[in-house]
Ligand binder design. Structure first.
Ligand code: HEC
Length: 122
């Protein structure tokens, strides 16, 4: 019984480890990362997030965006692709109604540039 349990427990662990290593998120955002860094600061994302390279971004309400290219999921459940990320930045509660991240009314261009910047964080 113990051995059968062990092998069943093993499969999800291996899958989880594979998932961790099997990054890289699809970072093919057609955005401008330099402009993205500035609009991240202008929208005050850093009130809630630590974002390396963005002035004043040391918030602790949301997850750190340090090494963002290595986050396999956005908000722990959406695959980290550029389209998902842009949608999340534009209106997080539309994707996850109970999330603590508010809809910040970010327009499409700003969201794409922000995403492009976040995908420079290795
Ligand atoms: C009021 C606080 C707050 C503000 C302001 C905020 N966020 Fe968030 N953000 C959060 C929280 C909380 C989460 C975690 C959401 C969850 O897991 O449901 C999150 C999650 C994220 C994630 C997913 C991170 C991950 O690794 O899962 C990204 C990317 C993100 N925010 C980007 C932004 C950007 C860009 C802005 C500015 C336009 C911003 N956030 C502004 C609170 C905030």
């Amino acid at each position: 019984v113990t051995r059968r349990f062990a092998s069943r427990a093993f499969v999800p662990i291996v899958l989880a480890l594979a998932g961790c290593r099997d990054q890289p998120p699809d970072a093919s955002t057609p955005g401008d990362p330099d402009r993205g860094r500035r609009v991240l600061a202008a929208h005050e994302c850093g009130v809630c997030h630590e974002i390396p390279g963005v002035t004043g971004a040391h918030g602790r309400v949301g997850p750190s965006l340090h090494s963002f290219t290595r986050h396999p999921y956005v908000a722990g459940k959406f695959p980290n692709t550029s389209e998902v990320l842009v949608s999340w930045i534009k209106d997080a509660p539309a994707m996850a109604p109970l999330t603590a991240m508010p809809d910040l009314a970010v327009d499409d261009r700003d969201a794409r540039d922000m995403a492009a910047y976040l995908y420079t964080l290795e």
